[in-house]
Design a protein around this ligand. Structure first.
Ligand SMILES: Cc1ncc(COP(=O)(O)O)c(C=O)c1O
Length: 339
């Protein structure tokens, strides 16, 4: 049922991509006079590898996927934007999201003049499959975004439901796994072999502790990755980011040990929050944050700000709720004291 060619925008199909100096000559040489760079060595005077191949090889080893199946973006936010640009005709095509969820799916759609259909999550914050099914035959819908674990609710989505949607949809199903390293379930990356219209997003901003370098990953079929590479800015991942990522990727243990601490702290924080009289409900979390319902969320939020502690006020998105990122043991202790 899925035919990639049928959903690529015509202008993207026709596009002759920019060919950079580093695209045109990839071998070894002693004298580089092809890219109008400054010749004086500073460590940063040369353009970076446009496809960041060494970084992809290192990611591929860890994620057990070929470099050709990996796209790297300036944060996963860049991948989200490029998916719209590649597959959604402005003013015509649409995307489906399941609120409450990560805000950039909708903002990026608006920037690209793509209309959004919203199918709210159920009361348990799961996908409302019966309602989503009603949209799957709409040919104008090109992208469905599923965030798992979901921001701001914190829970994983049912894998069976994700499969059922992907297998009955002509467009792409984008599963955003920004928080997957904090979840008990593994990534859906192995499903890419079975499901050709699946795109998986991950990021260095959360478990890897590198939000500052802006590096996001998309995993998908070679054909989908090639389209994203065709339309991306030529040198979207800078030299510094590539170096920092490579260093970090050789030290997966450091990432794992910080995840271990965060998971332990998540449980401690949840149980201490549970003892507070103004806490109404603590939602179970598969991520590095906890969604908490308070009797008086705005008062709590404002008094935390006064104590110098900033959480995210999600009262307007999920009634009564603040979203609290798990901090260091000391930070979490300060939060509980302030509350
Ligand atoms: C679900 C989700 N996806 C993506 C992102 C953004 O990731 P990046 O920093 O890679 O752009 C966030 C950031 O909060 C997020 O919550």
């Amino acid at each position: 049922m899925f035919n990639l060619d049928a959903i690529i925008r015509e202008n993207v199909k026709r596009l002759k991509p920019y060919s950079s100096a580093r695209d045109e000559f990839k071998g070894q040489a002693d004298v580089w006079l092809d890219a109008n760079e400054n010749p004086f060595e500073s460590g940063l005077n040369r353009y970076p590898d446009p496809l960041a191949i060494e970084v992809k090889k290192a990611i591929g080893k860890i994620k057990k996927i070929k470099p050709e199946n990996i796209f790297l973006g300036n944060g996963s936010d860049e991948a989200i934007d490029l998916l719209y640009r590649a597959f959604c005709e402005p003013g015509k095509d649409k995307a489906l999201i399941m609120p409450p969820t990560y805000g950039m799916y909708e903002v990026s759609a608006s920037i690209n003049d793509v209309e959004i259909f919203r199918v709210p999550l159920t009361e348990q914050f799961q996908i409302d499959l019966a309602v989503v099914k009603g949209f799957l035959n709409d040919k104008s819908i090109k992208l469905i975004f599923i965030c798992s674990p979901n921001n701001p609710t914190g829970n994983l989505m049912s894998v069976e439901t994700i499969k059922a949607i992907a297998m009955n949809f002509r467009g792409l199903v984008v599963v955003d796994e920004a928080y997957i390293d904090f979840a008990p379930n593994a990534s859906l990356i192995p499903l890419l072999k079975q499901i050709p219209n699946l795109v998986i997003l991950q990021t260095f901003s959360k478990a890897w502790g590198m939000a500052g370098i802006r590096l996001g990953m998309a995993f998908a079929s070679i054909e989908i990755i090639n389209i994203l590479n065709k339309i991306k800015p030529p040198y979207n991942i800078n030299t510094f980011t590539q170096k920092m990522a490579l260093d970090q990727l050789t030290d997966e243990k450091a990432k794992d040990s910080s995840v271990t601490v965060i998971l332990r702290e998540r449980e401690t924080l949840a149980s201490k929050l549970g003892e507070l009289p103004n806490v109404k409900k603590i939602y179970p979390s598969d991520a590095n944050f906890i969604l908490v319902e308070f009797i008086d969320p705005n008062t709590v939020y404002n008094s935390l700000v006064e104590s110098g502690i900033i959480v995210r006020n999600r009262h307007s998105v999920v009634n009564g709720c603040l979203r609290i990122t798990v901090g260091t043991p000391e930070e979490n202790e300060r939060l509980i004291e302030a509350l």
